[in-house]
Design a protein around this ligand. Sequence first.
Ligand SMILES: Cc1cc2nc3c(=O)[nH]c(=O)nc-3n(C[C@H](O)[C@H](O)[C@H](O)COP(=O)(O)OP(=O)(O)OC[C@H]3O[C@@H](n4cnc5c(N)ncnc54)[C@H](O)[C@@H]3O)c2cc1C
Length: 477
Amino acid sequence: MGRTVIVLGGGISGLAASYHLIRGPSPPKVILVEGSKRLGGWIRSVRGSDGAIFELGPRGIRPAGVLGARTLLLVSELGLESEVLPVPGNHPAAQNRFLYVGGALHPLPSGLRGLLRPSPPFSKPLFWAGLRDLMTPRGKEPDETVHSFAQRRLGPEVASLAIDSLCRGVFAGNSRELSVRSCFPSLFQAEQTHRSILLGLLLGAGQSPQLDSSLVHQARAERWSQWSLRGGLEMLPQALHNHLTSKGVTVFRGQPVCGLSLQPEGRWKVSLGDSSLEADHIISAIPAAVLSKLLPAEAAPLAHVLGTITAVSVAVVNLQYQGACLPVQGFGHLVPSSEDPTVLGVVYDSIAFPEQDGNPPGLRVTVMLGGYWLQKLEANGCELSPELFKQQAQEAVATHLGLKKQPSHCLVHLHKNCIPQYTLGHWQKLESAMQFLTTQRLPLTLAGASYEGVAVNDCIESGRQAAVAVLGTESSS
Ligand SMILES: Cc1cc2nc3c(=O)[nH]c(=O)nc-3n(C[C@H](O)[C@H](O)[C@H](O)COP(=O)(O)OP(=O)(O)OC[C@H]3O[C@@H](n4cnc5c(N)ncnc54)[C@H](O)[C@@H]3O)c2cc1C
């Protein structure tokens, strides 16, 4: 009898894992179990009555590197090529990003000339930060906070303005707590291998992906900085879902897993409230902290480690304005914590993807709110009303961008525990989880944003790698 693999979680990681499980010549029986009514996890696109697209989660995927190419390959395989909306390298959304510091927007310098020129809010040209990086010896610690790493290699100003903002933009997190080794592995490796971030990035840049397709080729030729899909990024999980069901994968929705137990013969029993399923192997693509609560007593040490991988919440406020325009053209701006603890950044959606503006076209921007301020409110049990977030978002766009009129459309969503935090020593948690799984020979494989990258590309790759690991186990068993 064929073996059964159950995939927990129908976010992009679980969907990608299921997709790769059934690609081989003799695939196992695959069952995907999703707790909520819809698939896609944090990838969610809402269409307004005028046809405008509002992304509640991710809004752009980077095509760069091997992982970027793999995702584009997946898009082609799913027949979504004609839906792709690229942002080519010469587009303002690819070229211009801003920092909001001292009550003003400052373009981030780009290119060599940009590095040589004075570039406020930095007191000196960023060339000096580069020089400091080239002169600074290699760090000796096995891990370091992002802030400490950036301060040591690039100086205190770059660390507290640019890198602090970057951590807020990508992880909604605190650069003084996040791990450079886990959050920015390419920077950590660059220092380890080449003793310098600049040298590492320059010398490592020659490795081009082996994968090729017309879409990957086009993305490289036109130097895309990111891409989306015409009907929003949720088209990707929807296409994966359609593909999976057409290939015989059983998909359960609205069925939260409430417990996992190991039976004497080594098979899993997956409890779903009123019913249960059995599996030879599980791929978990649900958050680590959720899995930690489902594991059986035999896996207590693993549950303990996974329970320490926490996540933070983000309030996403999508705003639309009729007859308004922005004072600058670019991808958006980030806000360092020293400037405003509440606003992480503002994305100018209409600049990157005007095709999604609706009819008549309205200006779309998204304000991301979060960070330490939100964690404190949550910890104190404060009431977090949509009105509060709406007001803060409107204040931010009025002050930062001069958008003072009432929005024609506004969506407010508080995404609880949506971005995992790879804090200092995260790599040790992963090592100890892997060691437990290997020594105990537990038929469980971990995938998803909780472990090795939160970007959509990283999540898809984690699902692929989990499937490869399971298929490897299967063929050898
Ligand atoms: C606001 C925001 C903006 C972002 N922007 C970008 C961006 O622009 N670009 C980018 O690349 N990335 C971005 N990201 C990151 C990226 O979207 C996420 O990291 C990624 O979608 C996570 O996918 P996942 O499948 O690992 O997890 P999830 O999306 O969390 O999926 C996990 C799934 O498991 C289900 N589940 C949970 N518990 C159970 C249970 N007990 N039983 C069954 N199912 C369960 C959940 O319902 C969910 O569907 C953003 C994230 C957020 C939140």
